[in-house]
Design a protein around this ligand. Structure first.
Ligand code: 1HN
Length: 354
């Protein structure tokens, strides 16, 4: 019997506990850590440094070829709190993927939704449902739930990016489906770029008929040059030292996908931002600059390419001497949709806002 067995002082009660276990029943009154005052954290605050991860990715590139069966050269961030499971948070996987010159990561699709944030190398292409998206550092690329995707690197330099998926959530929900693509490789990226970007990537203008209005954004790529311009403008007009933008679905206006929220944040030199705490977890990646992140009881000195976890209900604060741009992706839309989002602003004491 796999159920927990309880032992007390009273033989009659012990008899009951024994018979309950035989019947695959558990007494609620003996369960611990079930109805906790606040969420016990599974994932813990943790930071993966580019200076450690990139050289390991490079070694993997030299030693491990991409072939069918091992479609992706991906180093999964394994949060020390997740008991050896290769997940970064209790809902998300995060990883560094590397593709060498001329390499192709073949097509597949799965019910887990993914984002990529490009960190190094310009000119690789991701095809999302056949739409060819050239990628440059700082760009955000979406591969929503069940869309076909493959990666081509036609350049003569390596490319490297951050992958974040709602994978742990989808697996917990017993909703994982995966399908490999056709064996014949796609002819490759079209020279005309992304249709999705041409149709949906101009601010304030969307086609009246056609795609869009579904569960995820019909725009599959968000350019850093646009993000940069908006952040610049916001900071140019105010005295504050922190500006942030959210990536949104150009048709529905909400988050880019039902399970993931993406934002970019800019801190001026000498600036700081205090995010308080919220339910749900997030990954934070430094794009440029440097800073010091406090997450719960941990402190991380972060540089470009470094990625850290903010677990559910952990206080989070950032400060920088030289200034910094960061990208973040989290599971907030899931929490909001399920009525589980709870926030506590900084310095709010024990009171939380629902
Ligand atoms: C995946 O399919 C990709 O398609 C990247 O590029 C990272 C991590 C876990 C599971 C599937 C990709 C992944 C992944």
């Amino acid at each position: 019997v796999a159920t927990t067995r309880f032992q007390g002082e009273n033989p009659e009660l012990d008899g009951l506990y024994g018979d309950l276990a035989e019947a695959d029943l558990q007494p609620l009154w003996l369960q611990e850590r079930l109805l906790t005052a606040a969420p016990p954290q599974r994932s813990v605050p943790f930071c993966w440094k580019a200076k450690d991860v990139y050289p390991l990715a490079e070694r993997a590139r030299r030693l491990v070829p991409i072939e069918r069966g091992g479609d992706r050269r991906v180093l999964m961030f394994s949060n020390p709190g997740m008991g050896g499971w290769c997940m970064a948070t209790s809902t998300m996987s995060a990883a560094i993927q590397i593709l060498g010159p001329g390499e192709i990561a073949p097509a597949h699709r799965h019910t887990a939704a993914a984002i990529r944030f490009i960190l190094e190398g310009s000119g690789a292409v991701t095809l999302v449902d056949g739409d060819a998206i050239p990628m440059i550092p700082g760009d955000l690329v979406l591969t929503p739930n069940w869309t076909w995707h493959e990666h081509h690197n036609p350049t003569d330099e390596r490319v490297l990016w951050l992958d974040v998926l709602d994978l742990a959530l989808v697996i917990w929900l017993d909703a994982m489906f995966f399908e490999p693509g056709p064996d014949a490789p796609d002819p490759g990226p079209s020279p005309s770029g992304s249709t999705s970007e041409r149709r949906f990537g101009r601010s304030g203008i969307v086609p009246v008929s056609g795609a869009g209005g579904g569960a995820y954004s019909p725009l599959f790529v968000y350019r850093w040059s646009d993000v940069d311009a908006v952040l610049d403008d916001i900071l140019g007009g105010i005295a504050a030292h922190h500006a942030s933008v959210r990536y949104s679905d150009p048709v529905r206006g909400g988050d880019v996908m039902p399970t993931l929220r993406c934002e970019a944040h800019r801190l001026r030199p000498g600036g700081a931002a205090d995010f308080g705490r919220a339910t749900g977890s997030a990954m934070w990646t430094v794009f440029t600059g440097e800073g010091v992140a406090s997450v719960g009881d941990s402190t991380f000195e972060v540089e470009p390419g470094d990625t850290y976890v903010v677990p559910s209900w952990c206080p989070h604060r950032l400060e920088t001497a030289a200034g910094a741009d960061l990208f973040t992706v989290g599971d907030a839309p899931t929490f909001e949709a399920l009525g589980l989002m709870r926030r506590r602003p900084p310095d709010a004491g024990e009171r939380s806002e629902r």
